[in-house]
Write a protein that binds this ligand. Structure first.
Ligand code: SAM
Length: 236
């Protein structure tokens, strides 16, 4: 009887620790939104709310759990990274989503950006060239219960012609130039958000397509891993 009492006490203590840990993570996420996003001018309420909701800590390597809400990118294996929260926020905000869009993401990585997008548009199509990362992201997203995302393993620098046109395209890897093939896959009024530059630093650009004409805007400076593929950098 005493033994049963001890087990129950231990279980209660463990559950209490878990709940308190979850509370810490939720508090860290809310702090991230306030201090890293709102303070830097991210104002789209839907974007802020999605980033308060999506559990970023599930998408990082579990050894880096304590850094999940830090103000920087983190390694996810295969030489790739989960982007800095601010970069995810500004790129998402630039897509100007209303909830009805079909969005193509190039560079699934951890799956975090796709998860955020899935809260803000109708359907997300996400392409990753590294099969292990795509599979890992698919599993985490399934655990989260987000069911409006389709995954593809392949060279996303060519877009996804079979699923085009898209209202938004977001490239989460640095490209040497804006791939024409992606602009062609934008719907009328569509937005393409892409970091363009050399292999060390890029400028975040937004291309808006209206009546087959395009307007290119320059936003913030940034540093991404390479977009590797036919319309990106060569693999080395
Ligand atoms: N969006 C990701 C996230 O939320 O974790 C971060 C992406 S990481 C900065 C860039 C990703 O782009 C890497 O996983 C890399 O393998 C992928 N990538 C690079 N070139 C690609 C290509 N041509 N097609 C698809 N994915 C590519």
């Amino acid at each position: 009887m005493a033994c049963l009492g001890l087990i129950t006490k231990a279980r209660f203590a463990s559950r209490k620790r878990k709940v308190s840990h979850m509370r810490d993570l939720t508090a860290a996420r809310h702090k991230m939104v306030q201090q890293q996003l709102v303070a830097r001018g991210i104002s789209d309420r839907a974007v802020l709310s999605a980033m308060r909701e999506v559990p970023r800590h599930l998408f990082v390597d579990q050894a880096l759990l304590d850094e999940a809400y830090d103000d920087n990118p983190l390694p996810i294996g295969n030489g790739q990274t989960i982007s800095q929260p601010y970069m995810v926020a500004i790129m998402t905000e630039l897509l100007d989503l209303t909830g009805k869009e079909r969005v193509l993401e190039i560079g699934t990585g951890s799956g975090y950006q796709a998860a955020v997008l899935s809260r803000l548009c109708q359907w997300v199509f996400t392409v990753e060239r590294i099969a292990r990362l795509s599979e890992r992201a698919r599993k985490i997203i399934q655990e989260c219960g987000y069911d409006n995302i389709t995954f593809l393993v392949g060279d996303g620098s060519r877009g996804w012609p079979d699923a085009a046109p898209f209202d938004g395209i977001i490239v989460t890897a640095g490209a040497p130039k804006i791939p024409n093939v992606l602009v062609e896959q934008l719907a009328d009024g569509g937005r393409l958000v892409i970091p363009v530059g050399d292999r060390f630093s890029q400028t975040l650009k937004r291309v808006v397509k209206i009546d087959d004409r395009t307007r290119v805007e320059n936003h913030t400076g940034c540093r991404f891993v390479d977009l590797v593929g036919t319309h990106g950098w060569s693999d080395h």
